[in-house]
Ligand binder design. Structure first.
Ligand code: OFO
Length: 165
């Protein structure tokens, strides 16, 4: 059985993953309108992934005898003034998510809830991957700047980052 504190912390993470899904969805739609097909496909896929991260938490909380709280949808507020700004926000968001997962791991260990600790290891590994992807993309964008030709190539290149698992 989950403690009240751990349940509350896991429920908070449900909202964070849901918000992440919305952020990627917003970027997917924006890129689609701009004609960046590759970026859009990547963002739509990421948005789906984040929803899966959210669902995993919902199911885990309920499976452990708790009650998952389904949060309201939050409208993302992103700065689209440049590609660099946009992707920087994405990277910073993933760093924030990793920190939040680390905090959860800490609570699980403090409470000696090893089942939850074990459950969270999947997220720890996933965040390493997501942070690395966001960092690589940001590095590329920093190299390209707002060069149209570079962005065109990048739009094609980013398809390689779409996770298939
Ligand atoms: Fe990229 O946030 Fe989920 O874990």
């Amino acid at each position: 059985m989950l403690s009240i504190d751990l349940q509350a912390a896991l429920n908070k993470q449900i909202k964070i993953e849901g918000d992440s899904s919305q952020i990627y969805l917003e970027m997917a739609s924006w890129a689609e309108i701009q004609g960046f097909e590759g970026i859009s496909a990547f963002m739509y896929a990421q948005s789906d992934e984040e929803r899966q991260h959210m669902l995993r938490l919902v199911k885990y909380i309920n499976q452990r005898g708790g009650k998952a709280e389904i949060p309201a949808i939050t409208q993302p507020e992103l700065d689209h003034s440049s590609f660099k700004t946009l992707f920087k926000q994405l990277f910073e968001h993933e760093v924030f998510v990793s920190q939040s997962i680390n905090d959860l791991v800490h609570i699980a260990l403090t409470e000696r809830d090893y089942a939850t600790h074990n459950f969270l290891q999947w997220y720890v590994a996933e965040q390493i991957e997501e942070e690395a992807t966001a960092r690589t993309i940001l590095d590329k964008i920093n190299l390209i700047g707002d060069d149209k030709g570079g962005l065109y190539l990048f739009d094609n290149d980013i398809k390689n980052f779409i996770q298939t698992d």
